[in-house]
Design a binder for this molecule. Structure first.
Ligand code: SF4
Length: 385
């Protein structure tokens, strides 16, 4: 069994943590000590820089043949109450109406609709690119890509070739949930397995697409399952170097098959961010996704290992369906303020982490100025101790 000092020494030497270290950190009672260690790694990688982007979520259909226990978003059949599939013009209008201050990225995830032609997805991407040729299309989880391959009888490579030709630029990290079969078979047994999810990303990376990776935590999984999940991601990243960010997603229970479980607490959220920052040494970025953890907790997470807040989002519906109390979108100014008040430097990025605009550091908050002045005063009158 390691000690915290052993792990601190490993972190100082830049040595990779092993499973036992991560489990020790998950179980350690002193959250602040774990967070401080993660913060050291975060600051060594990024200093105070904290990333966000101007993005927009579009969910074109919630019709889905799968039945994940944790999902409050999907409806089984077209025509059932609440089921909705956008006409292409309706989806494109989401961007057309925002062209006065357009996003740099469109992030699309959907249910697994059995009745749409594959050309619907190609045309969807092409239409957004027609409206704004430089928009970055981050579309379709690995679960959707796997479904496309099965449903339209293609290999993963063929699916990617067609979608890239239409304008696909990268893949989001959703659908990962928990890879371990003990958990996955109970919460989502009728969609891509953990191995299939990883294979889709392996091929995406080989074909030059950057991707993200998520982990849905705080339901029936154990800490061992979380570490196993991160280990599989770390192994693939060693092989391909194609992941950009790791994004822990807090489970929300409203309106789904696990509504009897409590949602994870803020402490669990912060600890998971911190441990992932320490364990995933080959991931450049750990994202505090404000939609899943609330803007308040995401802001605090910027001192617990996270260096990215995601983006403006504009119109999120998946977590809203699961009872999230987070707003559906945040303004650019709100994101800048959250980051500045955490004592960090806001950096607007594009999807591939190229810097769009670096904002100046915040002036010192009024309370801190008063403390500083008082210290200077005491120094003058206090003399030499
Ligand atoms: S999580 Fe995705 S695959 Fe599972 S039921 Fe919901 S929309 Fe379908």
């Amino acid at each position: 069994m390691p000690t915290l000092s052993d792990i601190e020494a490993k972190v100082s030497r830049g040595e990779r943590l092993v499973t036992e270290d991560a489990l020790f950190l998950f179980n350690h009672p002193d959250l602040l000590a774990v967070g401080q260690l993660a913060n050291r790694v975060r600051e060594a990688k990024h200093g105070d820089r904290t990333y966000f982007n101007k993005n927009m979520r579009v969910e074109v259909t919630n019709v889905c043949v799968a039945s994940c226990l944790f999902c409050s978003f999907a409806k089984l059949e077209e025509g059932s109450p609440g089921a909705h599939t956008m006409k292409l013009e309706e989806a494109w209008r989401e961007l057309e109406t925002r062209m006065d201050d357009p996003p740099s990225e469109i992030h699309i995830v959907n249910g697994l609709h059995p009745g749409l032609p594959f050309s619907y997805y190609e045309d969807l991407i092409k239409g957004f690119k027609r409206i704004k040729p430089d928009i970055h299309m981050k579309c379709f989880t690995a679960v959707e890509i796997h479904f496309f391959a099965q449903h339209y009888k293609m290999t993963y490579e063929q699916v990617f070739e067609k979608l890239k030709a239409a304008g696909l630029d990268s893949l989001p990290g959703g659908g990962a949930e928990i890879f371990h079969p003990e958990v996955r078979s109970r919460i989502s047994d009728d969609k891509a397995t953990g191995a299939e999810w990883l294979e889709v990303h392996r091929i995406a990376h080989r074909m030059g697409l950057r991707t993200n990776a998520t982990m849905l935590f705080g339901h029936i999984e154990t800490f061992e399952h979380r570490v196993d999940h991160m280990q599989r991601l770390r192994d693939l990243q060693d092989e391909t170097k194609g992941f950009q960010a790791f994004i822990p997603l807090a489970f929300h229970p409203d309106g789904n098959g696990m509504k009897n479980l409590p949602a994870p607490t803020a402490i669990d959220d912060l600890r998971t961010i911190a441990v992932s920052r320490l364990f995933l040494d080959n991931f450049d970025h750990v994202k505090a996704y404000w939609v899943s953890s609330t803007p308040d907790v995401a802001q605090i997470a910027l001192r617990f290992g996270a260096d990215d807040l995601d983006g403006t989002i504009v119109h999120e519906t998946i977590y809203q369906a699961a009872g999230s109390t987070s707003p559906q979108g945040l303004s650019y100014a709100q994101l800048v303020r959250l980051i500045r008040e955490a004592g960090r430097i806001p950096v607007e990025r594009d999807t591939l982490y190229n810097v769009v605009k670096e904002h100046p550091r915040a002036a010192m908050p009024e309370a801190a100025v008063k403390v500083k002045d008082r210290k200077a005063h005491l120094h003058v009158i206090g003399g030499a101790s």
